[in-house]
Write a protein of this length. Structure first.
Length: 358
């Protein structure tokens, strides 16, 4: 499947480019940028291949001549016009009618798992640590992309998260620029310290959030608190429409990774999120040679290995993140999978790392 970008974000950036020129007293240049726009009618459906999108981005950069174009354009994008933003709003709308604070982990996972609906030019990676959560931005087409595309994705994710959970960003790290002037410019945009690093990231502070389950700052107090107020159907509807080629196993994995640790990852909840019956879900998975339980276990095993590589997460933290009711349940499952305890596995990783450093 070729990487692609949704037409809505292209239209939003075009609108932002016109507004940018007005703000710069360069309205006379609007016809110039209009000339470089692709004819979206040439592409069926809602998406355009990233390789084609990059041609328009590079042409736009040539006309506008702004070293920080990705930052400045995406600051002007009307995010409320994006179907992705509207879908997240629909997902979390029930929280606006309660006294419960919107869990940050919920919003961050929605953005993480479904950001590819906006564009597949960038992959988001979510790293969960004690008291911190970090979005890493990874280019999927480094040979044709430049720093402006990474900048643009950063601003877009920042603005979407900020709209639902404001004032949680702690700092940013930047790989594509490292001069003092450049870092100061980032700081002026995001309002937090900007540091040079080997990864470009948004780093969020989860400390002192009283609606989370434990000291990690990662989990809500209880699934009852979240209850049935959380559903991802609007985003999943977009996925099903735009990516009909996804297998049911892939769809299950996306839903499970989004809800796990917040509501029980049962076949009932997953089927409801996919807008199908449990029997239909089971039949589709059976046709693909798997079962819901196999997909759930495979997902938990993969996430368990990932979480245990994080030095700041305890095995108890990992147990809750994987949706287990207790540490002992996770202990038994992990030992069945790998033949050792989670703590032994984690200690072995630390020992190997120390040996590699010596």
């Amino acid at each position: 499947m070729e990487n692609s970008t949704h037409k809505s974000i292209m239209l939003a950036i075009r609108e932002a480019a016109a507004l940018y020129l007005f703000n710069k007293n360069r309205a006379q240049d609007i016809p110039k940028i209009a000339e470089v726009f692709l004819s979206l009618d040439d592409y069926q459906g809602d998406r355009v291949p990233v390789t084609e999108v990059m041609k328009e981005v590079h042409a736009l950069s040539s006309v506008l001549q702004d070293n920080y174009l990705g930052l400045n354009l995406n600051l002007l994008v009307n995010i409320e016009s994006l179907p992705f933003y509207k879908a997240i709003s629909d997902c979390v709308r029930p929280f606006t009618h309660t006294n419960n604070e919107l869990p940050f982990l919920l919003v961050s996972r929605l953005v993480l798992r479904f950001f590819f609906l906006i564009t597949q030019s960038i992959t988001l990676k979510l790293t969960e640590e004690k008291g911190l959560l970090r979005f890493d931005f990874i280019s999927n087409a480094p040979e044709i992309m430049n720093k402006n595309q990474i900048d643009g994705a950063m601003v877009l994710v920042y603005r979407i998260v900020e709209a639902f959970c404001p004032n949680v960003l702690k700092k940013i790290t930047v790989a594509q620029r490292n001069s003092t002037y450049e870092l100061e410019y980032y700081q002026s945009i995001f309002g937090v310290p900007a540091e040079p690093a080997d990864k470009t990231s948004l780093v969020y502070d989860l400390k002192c959030k009283n609606h989370y389950k434990n000291a990690t700052g990662l989990l809500i107090k209880s699934e009852e608190e979240l209850g049935r107020k959380f559903f991802i159907n609007p985003l999943f509807n977009m996925l099903s429409t735009q990516f009909s080629g996804f297998s049911y196993k892939q769809r299950c994995q996306i839903v499970i990774e989004t809800v796990i640790g917040m509501i029980p990852p049962t076949r009932i909840h997953v089927a409801e999120s996919m807008n199908i019956s449990v029997s239909t879900l089971q039949r589709r998975l059976d046709e693909e040679g798997t079962s819901f339980q196999e997909v759930l276990e495979e997902t938990r095993k993969r996430l368990a290995k990932l979480y245990l590589t994080k030095k700041n997460l305890s095995t108890t933290d990992v147990a809750y993140l994987l949706g287990y009711k207790s540490h002992s349940q996770f202990f038994k499952a992990f030992k069945t999978w790998f033949g050792i305890t989670p703590k032994t596995y984690q200690n072995n990783l630390v020992s190997h790392a120390e040996d590699d450093n010596n």
